[in-house]
Design a protein around this ligand. Structure first.
Ligand SMILES: Cc1cc2nc3c(=O)[nH]c(=O)nc-3n(C[C@H](O)[C@H](O)[C@H](O)COP(=O)(O)OP(=O)(O)OC[C@H]3O[C@@H](n4cnc5c(N)ncnc54)[C@H](O)[C@@H]3O)c2cc1C
Length: 477
């Protein structure tokens, strides 16, 4: 603890953001970093509170938060970076897009603003890159073992980096034309610019990781070929089957899955050419986003930048409370109303709304028929149940509808079929306590096992599976 009264004397200060009117004119990041002097003060708000819930309960990676806060306050940035990298392969990514579970679990958050953990993390990492402290760390040993990783999202990438540093030869296969998974083709550029990924990939290549994009394993090459040529396989293929909304009128043009929309905009930003007839654009349109989660918020930010006329987000569930309820105490993740930067850019938000059907004109969607819901606890099951409020039907004008209602399960692709992999209750890949599937030497990790989650969880799971695969390959930790 570097300043005993830091948490009393110093107030939390947020990094700046470009004005809405400016930032919606481009797809780049818009947060303005705080100066180092301010960060040194902000780090001093950390109380080093004995049982650091931020690290032990909040952060899935177990980031050593009080330790690196202390180092930042003392000006030992390089040591702070080492501590950060001890638990997290990609802090410049989590420092940008993590919802910061750590901040909700910070002891200060019991009755005041938490420590600015996420932004300090970002700045430690960015300083590390600027100063040239982040260098390739090639292994000093060679195990002569080969690992194939299928899927290049954060789970596959963190596993790849850990394993290559452990002395194994690692090849990452990716069916898209570029590496990065949802970091590349899901998360919008205004939250995560793609040069951030490329910079880390260059480090990984220098460490020996081989990237093979444009290879759909199970279609372009057989997984059995991989089994013969590699000592272990890790499947990290994500969860990609979107949950649909099967109501009358779904077949109309102008109704798209959020992921088709978001990934297309990322491709356009990257200069990839999209056939004119396939372009999904919100310019001058009445946009309705179905689904009140983070993917829906990303659609709002994207539609705003494309020049939508009006954006409405509708959600089936009721509006969350603005403060924690008694059954959702600190240090758990607060289930409260969140207003993302995309919401702040302008949109209407409606809760407890059920979409009954889509109506169209000339085969193109023109409106949604909706009804308001009443949510009540079912006394028999204790679960929340909804009923439609009689007479509350209404119409919502829409030229573009984006379905952001989550994912049902991982794709039951030829890869899974050819390996005859068992599935868990959610339809994702079933693994044992060591992360191995029913096929010997074939492991699985990330969203394709656990379902849609967070980048920080994917990184943590990638690191954990790397340890298990290393044990499998060498029979020692
Ligand atoms: C729109 C959106 C925004 C999000 N924003 C955030 C955020 O701000 N913060 C956050 O923490 N989390 C966010 N998430 C969640 C986060 O991105 C995911 O939880 C995380 O990327 C999962 O990592 P993964 O490595 O398991 O899978 P993915 O990132 O999904 O990567 C899987 C990869 O496997 C590839 N693949 C699949 N099958 C094959 C095959 N047969 N052969 C070769 N390659 C294959 C896919 O093409 C894909 O590139 C967001 C998710 C979405 C959809």
């Amino acid at each position: 603890m570097s300043k005993i009264s830091g948490f009393i004397d110093i107030k939390r200060q947020e990094p700046g953001k470009q004005e809405v009117a400016n930032r919606i004119r481009h797809f780049r990041e818009f947060e303005t970093p705080l100066p180092y002097e301010t960060l040194i003060d902000q780090a001093a708000r950390c109380m080093d509170c004995g049982i650091p819930y931020c690290h032990a309960c909040g952060c899935p990676l177990g980031n050593l938060i009080p330790d690196w806060n202390n180092m930042v306050h003392r000006g030992h940035w390089q040591r702070a970076l080492e501590l950060l990298h001890a638990t997290n392969n990609f802090p410049e990514i989590t420092g940008r897009i993590c919802p910061a579970l750590c901040e909700s679990a910070c002891s200060l958050a019991i009755n005041q603003e938490p420590v600015l953990i996420k932004h300090i993390e970002l700045q430690i990492a960015e300083k590390g890159w600027q100063e040239g402290w982040i260098k390739p760390q090639p292994a000093s040993v060679n195990s002569n073992k080969r690992v194939a990783i299928i899927g290049s999202g954060p789970a596959g990438l963190s596993a790849a980096q850990q394993l290559v540093r452990g002395g194994h030869s690692v090849v990452v296969f990716e069916k898209s034309n570029r590496i990065g998974g949802l970091l590349r083709y899901g998360i919008p550029d205004f939250k995560l610019e793609k040069w951030v990924i490329d910079r880390r990939l260059a480090q990984m290549q220098s460490e020996g990781v081989i990237f093979e994009p444009d290879v759909d394993v199970g279609v372009d090459i057989s997984p059995h070929y991989l089994s013969r040529n590699f000592d272990a396989i890790i499947i990290a293929t994500g969860e990609s089957v979107a949950r649909d909304l099967n109501v009358p009128g779904r077949e109309h043009k102008g109704i798209h899955f959020a992921m088709d929309y978001l990934s297309q905009q990322n491709r356009r930003n990257n200069g990839e050419s999209i056939p004119a007839e396939k372009i999904i654009d919100a310019k001058n349109k009445h946009v309705v986003v179905i689904g009140g989660g983070d993917t829906g918020a990303d659609c709002i930010g994207t539609a705003q930048r494309q020049g939508a006329r009006r954006i409405t987000q509708i959600e089936l569930l009721r509006q969350p409370p603005t403060e924690r309820t008694s059954d959702n105490p600190w240090p758990y993740w607060p289930k409260i109303l969140r207003t993302s930067s995309s919401h702040a850019e302008g949109c209407q938000r409606l809760w407890s709304i059920l979409t009954k059907s889509f109506a169209g004109k000339n085969q193109h969607v023109a409106s949604l028929q909706c009804v308001k819901l009443d949510w009540q606890k079912d006394p028999q099951t204790d679960n929340q149940k909804y009923s439609e409020i009689p007479g509350s039907e209404f119409e919502l004008k829409a030229d573009l509808v984006l379905i952001a209602t989550g994912f049902s399960h991982t794709e039951h692709s030829p890869l899974l079929q050819k390996l005859a992999l068992e599935k868990n209750a959610k339809g994702n890949i079933k693994v044992d306590s060591k992360g191995m599937t029913c096929a010997s030497g074939v492991f699985a990790v990330g969203d394709c096992v656990c379902g849609a989650s967070l980048v920080v969880n994917a990184i943590q799971q990638g690191r954990a599976i790397a340890k298990r695969v290393h044990q499998f390959l060498t029979s020692k930790t």
